[in-house]
Design a protein around this ligand. Structure first.
Ligand SMILES: CC(=O)N[C@H]1[C@@H](OP(=O)(O)OP(=O)(O)OC[C@H]2O[C@@H](n3ccc(=O)[nH]c3=O)[C@H](O)[C@@H]2O)O[C@H](CO)[C@@H](O)[C@@H]1O
Ligand SMILES: C=C(OP(=O)(O)O)C(=O)O
Length: 421
């Protein structure tokens, strides 16, 4: 079966776009539904492959789920399963954060190792340390992680490095644990705050007493949650980069503007212009044209690793030498050879991408090997002359609900080709 996006490029984007709900906010909030015996609602939830997969896992654990438009209902009254099928866990990184919630609920949990984008080693040692800190016994046996516990007990945890997933794991485990948990040096990404807001809406007692510190007073029970999933800052950033690469002018109707400082700063350094009016982000990418001496990916509020490949595609359109150093995931440069096939000149030297930009990009056949790398290929294809066939559309669909429709409405021409079924 064909699994391609066909892009006819060469035209500046122009028009207005709305941003879907955030994948990385929705997934841990779905996990939090396991902490109550009732029906939780996620409003404005994106209909993307990873959300559908998390829904399948919750169903395998006994939840009953349904959708009303973009509102996802999760009835977890009988979600007492303790085993995540390996076929599901291996397809998604976020499957691992269910362990804390499952242990909190059912005292037992087992899963295969998590999958997700292949962008580096991505170990789970911090997740396991976190769960052990709460008193859980965790055994790793070849392909499985198995946990058991009595009542989880609150703990003081010092994270040796910032990890979004391990922080979510700790917050989910602590919500129903006995006593107080204090997390030092956990991740500060906005998705953590969205999870906390949702859990507090369920009756959890979580606060941020000072910078880099989260305090969770465990409660005996939580009621079901009901909350909105925020717009996706990475999707907003992707469309911003698409406007920059094509020197287009677009309006983003509902940007999560408070979460985009690091992204907008880099866009501005490339010569891009924008202003905010009535909560909308008005983007003028016409003057994009300045190379970046060195862009480093950072934890929040710095420039996010998830937009590293999209910005690389933009830099390929800008004359001069730019450099990108990926500091979070050591193997997140897989898109560079495909961009080179389109006419870019990118070399990876000692963990740094050196982009000699401004050479014309030409449509050809390329292959997405992971989610954001795939989005970067879409951006390059929009800026290229001619037609590009991007294989591996399924990776892009893990996180983008309607990238073809959105960018076509902005004047790009994208067609999904699934071939004969
Ligand atoms: C579903 C989701 O929200 N995914 C996001 C999440 O992934 P994820 O939660 O997997 O990323 P982490 O923040 O945990 O990873 C940060 C770094 O810590 C390392 N690490 C992580 C866990 C661990 O147990 N041991 C360890 O060494 C990782 O290999 C990486 O180098 O945050 C990443 C960093 O912002 C984003 O790129 C992903 O889009
Ligand atoms: C790396 C990503 O996702 P995951 O952690 O789910 O693989 C991403 O969203 O860019």
């Amino acid at each position: 079966m064909s699994d391609e996006i066909i892009v006819t490029g060469g035209k500046p984007l122009n028009g207005t776009v709305r941003i879907q709900g955030s994948k990385n906010a929705a997934l841990p909030i779905m996990a939090s539904a396991l902490l109550s015996d009732g029906t939780s609602v996620l409003r404005g939830c994106p209909k993307i492959a990873d959300v559908f997969l998390m829904e399948k896992i919750l169903k395998a654990l006994g939840a009953v789920t349904w959708w009303q438009d973009h509102d996802l209902y999760l009835d977890c009254s009988r979600a007492d399963g303790t085993v995540i099928p390996e076929a599901f866990s291996g397809k998604m990184r976020s499957s691992v954060i269910l362990l804390g919630a499952m242990l909190g609920r059912n005292k037992k949990a087992s899963t295969g190792y998590p999958g997700g984008c292949v962008i580096g080693k991505r170990p789970v040692d911090l997740h396991i340390q976190v769960l052990r800190s709460f008193g859980a016994e965790i055994v790793e046996n070849g392909s499985k992680i198995t946990g058991s516990c009595g009542k989880l007990k609150g703990a003081e945890i010092f994270f040796p490095k910032s990890s979004v997933g391990a922080t979510e794991q700790a917050v989910l485990a602590a919500a129903l644990a006995e006593g107080r948990t204090i997390l030092h040096g956990g991740a500060a990404e906005p998705e953590i705050r969205w999870l906390v807001r949702y859990l507090n809406g369920m009756g959890a007692q979580i606060s941020f007493p000072e910078k880099n510190c989260i305090c969770i007073d465990g409660v005996k029970s939580l009621h079901p949650g009901d909350g909105v999933i925020p717009p996706d800052r990475i999707v907003a950033g992707t469309y911003l980069m698409a406007a920059a690469a094509t020197r287009g002018e677009i309006i983003i109707e509902n940007p999560p503007i408070g979460e985009m400082d690091g992204i907008l700063e880099v866009y501005r350094k490339m010569g891009g212009q924008y202003h905010i009016f009535g909560g909308k982000l008005i983007v003028n990418g016409k003057k994009t044209g300045l190379p970046l001496a060195l862009l480093e990916t950072e934890v929040y509020p710095g420039f996010p690793t998830d937009l590293q490949s999209p910005v690389m595609a933009v830099l390929a359109t800008i004359s001069g030498i730019s450099r990108i150093r990926e500091k979070i995931f050591e193997d997140r440069y897989k898109t560079a050879p495909w961009l080179n096939r389109m006419g870019a000149r990118i070399e990876i030297k000692d963990g740094t991408a050196v982009i000699d930009g401004g050479f014309p990009l030409k449509g050809c056949t390329v292959e997405a090997q992971e989610l954001r790398g795939g989005a970067a290929l879409v951006i390059a294809a929009l800026a290229a002359d001619g037609t590009t066939r991007i294989r591996g559309c399924r990776f892009i669909e893990r996180g983008y609900e309607h990238i073809c429709e959105d960018l076509t409405a902005l004047g790009g021409l994208l067609i999904k080709d699934r071939g004969a079924l």
